[in-house]
Design a protein. Structure first.
Length: 351
């Protein structure tokens, strides 16, 4: 691409913004008791993330529920429009979830680009039988439409294994600006980091999606190229950060200062263990993540941001004992929550 090409300039600007490091919440879906889109509360959620200090928002992702793409629901475009209407002129990076076979992914990427989204978080969860070569061809095609935010989704919630060979080839695509690493697996996380180190690219940002190891990812110096500086995660795109977002912003700033100054990270790692414990309750680890979206909804319901914890699937709800676990972690770690911040601003967000 020529340097004056608008697409090239956009790619450069998005990449530069992401490399600064961001809190990017994965946006939930606000529903009424009839399981219809609650537009008022959907906008309120986006306003919450903006005012909490988030640097971006990811919409149409796993936390938003993939079922919004069901033609009978017809919610994918309306949900993306609602978010971008709030985000426009706020200066936040807007990330749209993109998934499905190539034709579907291209259509979603084109819609996101036309609406004004900055990048596409590209899920390969529905392509379980595709070879690495087929996956890369798919990614290249989508990257012709919108800057790519790679995504390693954990297999426990529908993702597929993506080996180091895939990531090395993926990083040869010019349109890649960032990777969300979320396999919930340290070995797999290191495979992505090794691929980035081998690529030599300094223009691709690493974002943690490992909700079970948020702080560890943010403070760890990962192996870089031989003789070069370590690689680091600069931010997170997380379902966990869909709640208690103002505290997430403060936490990212703490980790950044610790990395920049070389400060002792033991206190931060202790907070990281607490956050992992809290995440285990919200994400329903005891029941193989069955209640992960309902757990996020329950926290937002308690704060008043959502009217209920309803999901599009009427069978999707908290697992037995999950509410008690959420009670436990809220009592144990009140400093992780931002209930008072939400209480002070809720009426304004709901206007």
């Amino acid at each position: 691409m020529a340097a004056s090409d608008p697409a090239s300039a956009r790619l450069s600007a998005v990449g530069e913004a992401l490399r600064r490091g961001m809190v990017i919440p994965a946006h939930p879906l606000a529903l009424t008791a009839e399981r219809r889109l609650d537009e008022r509360r959907q906008r309120a959620l986006t306003r919450y993330y903006c005012d909490a200090g988030a640097h971006g928002v990811a919409v149409g992702v796993h936390t938003t529920q993939f079922t919004i793409r069901n033609p009978k629901m017809g919610l994918f475009a309306p949900v993306l429009r609602l978010a971008i209407d709030v985000l426009r002129d706020r200066g936040l990076v807007a990330v749209a979830g993109i998934c499905g076979p190539t034709a579907q992914a291209l259509a979603e990427a084109d819609l996101a680009r036309r609406l004004g989204y900055d990048a596409g978080l590209l899920s390969l969860a529905g392509l379980h039988e595709a070879s690495n070569a087929e996956l890369i061809a798919h990614c290249r095609a989508v990257g012709e439409v919108i800057p790519l935010f790679g995504f390693y989704l954990q297999p426990a919630v529908g993702g597929r294994l993506l080996d180091e060979g895939f990531w090395r080839a993926f990083l040869e695509i010019e349109a890649v600006v960032a990777i969300k690493v979320a396999p919930f697996d340290r070995y797999a996380t290191l495979e992505v980091v090794r691929a980035l180190a081998a690529s030599g690219r300094a223009d691709v940002a690493l974002y943690t999606g490992n909700d079970d190891a948020i702080v560890a990812d943010l403070v760890t110096p990962y192996p870089g190229r031989a003789g070069g500086p370590p690689l680091r995660f600069v931010g997170g795109l997380l379902g966990q950060w869909a709640v208690w977002t103002s505290q997430a912003v403060a936490l990212l700033e703490r980790t950044r200062r610790a990395v920049e100054t070389g400060a002792d990270t033991r206190d931060l790692l202790a907070v990281g263990a607490q956050l992992t414990d809290a995440n285990g309750a919200l994400f329903d680890v005891r029941h193989a993540f069955a209640g992960c979206i309902a757990g996020i909804h329950e926290v937002l319901r308690r704060q008043g941001l959502l009217a209920g914890r309803w999901c599009l699937d009427p069978h999707e709800d908290l697992s037995p004992g999950q509410a008690d676990e959420i009670d436990r972690v809220c009592r144990a770690y009140p400093h992780l929550t931002d209930d008072e911040f939400v209480k002070q601003n809720l009426d304004r967000w709901l206007l």
